[in-house]
Ligand binder design. Structure first.
Ligand code: HEC
Ligand code: HEC
Length: 354
């Protein structure tokens, strides 16, 4: 059920195993009185979540504790980097730095573009190559990665245990006397699970308001369904599969192959959601494009032959998705209707302690 980077497994293998056992043996967290703003609600037009919420029921205290951990730089080796250094709410929890790749401790440069975070409850696998198969384990990789926070998860938990503040907060949220790894991960997941983005203009249209989209945007939606939908499937705007859309000019990142070790997965990456795409530039795992226009130009004219290129974007020696500039304009207008201002400015995510 759980897998992670083979290359990195040795870094935290024993820790991971003990966590797996504890989490699997975990009793569901006791019911807390629910405050509506802190309750996980599945949007009516979304599929069932893949995350087993009954094992980690989101509640106000757990969520706020998760938020505090998410924003705490003392959980990195040199105290300089928190999750929120690379995952910023105003850009849908993607990175806002001017560099294509995120910078971790000591300004060490990452190798991939930090993806936005939302609707994670509905994903099966995480990271661009799907190397992590449970949301709860994603923070371990961030903490332990030498190019992110560079602190062993054991040390993260030890630092938390040395803080009287955290001890009280964990006791309040989970009723525990000593903080252990699984609870740290559960708190972080509670915070991330609440990042649900489902109230864009597009969603209002889908939920029955015909005036939510202009005629230009509706033309864009139609073109989108014709050319893009097969991979960027509604309503999540991803089919959750791994595909090669030709984002790399020459292959330096093996993508999904790193996880499966199958040649046919070379340079395939998880199809990203296009929700909030207006605020998450740069684009692609390698941050190759800065604008949506460049992305559309790529699909229309830039895709080239590669061993594993998806036949939906390249066939018979040429790009499949041929678009006029007017059509590109319409698709871009539609993509911008996927911005969800209520999510980007929802005060429950603000970095405050109240
Ligand atoms: C230095 C920048 C940086 C920091 C700090 C960081 N991340 Fe990330 N995050 C990334 C990058 C880059 C990826 C993509 C990695 C990949 O695909 O190989 C990522 C991926 C993720 C994903 C997977 C999203 C998806 O759609 O698959 C989650 C969840 C996540 N991070 C949560 C966290 C949490 C929680 C923390 C803090 C414990 C954190 N990140 C700290 C840069 C960062
Ligand atoms: C064959 C499947 C496929 C089709 C068809 C497709 N895409 Fe993609 N798209 C992908 C994959 C895979 C990625 C990520 C590639 C990477 O990073 O290497 C992606 C990335 C993107 C991104 C960047 C997202 C981000 O967060 O970085 C945008 C924007 C995008 N596609 C828009 C479109 C549009 C618009 C269309 C239709 C004109 C389209 N795509 C058609 C598979 C597809």
């Amino acid at each position: 059920m759980i897998s992670c980077y083979k290359t990195r497994v040795r870094l935290f293998g024993p820790v991971l195993l003990s966590i797996m056992m504890v989490i699997n043996g975990c009793e569901p967290v006791a019911e807390h009185p629910k405050v509506d703003a802190y309750k996980f609600e599945k949007p009516g037009h979304f599929p069932e979540p893949t995350y087993t919420l009954r094992n980690n029921q989101v509640n106000e205290k757990g969520f706020k504790l998760g938020k505090r951990l998410f924003n705490d730089p003392s959980l990195s080796r040199d105290g300089s980097i928190s999750c929120s250094s690379c995952h910023v709410q105003s850009s849908a929890f993607a990175d806002i730095s001017l560099h294509p790749f995120s910078f971790g401790v000591e300004d060490r440069e990452g190798k991939r573009n930090a993806p936005p975070l939302f609707n994670l409850a509905f994903h099966r696998e995480f990271f661009w190559d799907g190397g992590v198969t449970h949301l709860d384990f994603t923070p371990i990789l961030a903490f332990e990665s030498e190019i992110e926070m560079d602190l062993s998860f054991e040390e993260v938990v030890a630092r938390i245990n040395r803080s009287a503040d955290y001890q009280t907060l964990f006791k309040d949220a989970f009723g525990i006397e000593e903080v252990t790894g699984p609870y740290v991960l559960h708190a972080l997941s509670q915070f991330m699970l609440m990042m649900v983005s489902a109230d864009s203009k597009y969603d209002r249209y889908i939920k029955g308001d015909p005036k939510a989209l202009t005629s230009l945007e509706l033309d864009g939606l139609q073109l989108f369904r014709q050319h893009c939908e097969s991979c960027h499937q509604e309503p999540l705007f991803t089919d959750l599969n791994y595909r090669n859309n030709g984002a790399q000019r020459s292959i330096t990142d093996l993508g999904r192959e790193t996880v499966t070790e199958r040649m046919q997965d070379r340079a395939k990456f998880k199809v990203p959601s296009l929700r909030n795409i207006e605020v998450t530039s740069p684009y692609m795992h390698n941050a190759r494009f800065e604008t949506l226009q460049q992305v559309l130009d790529h699909y229309s004219d830039g895709v080239t032959e590669q061993l594993t290129i998806d036949p939906k974007v390249f066939a018979d020696g040429k790009p499949v998705i041929a678009l006029t500039s007017e059509e590109k304009e319409k698709i871009i207008a539609f993509l911008k209707t996927l911005t969800d201002p209520g999510f980007l400015s929802n005060p429950i995510f603000f970095n405050t302690n109240d």
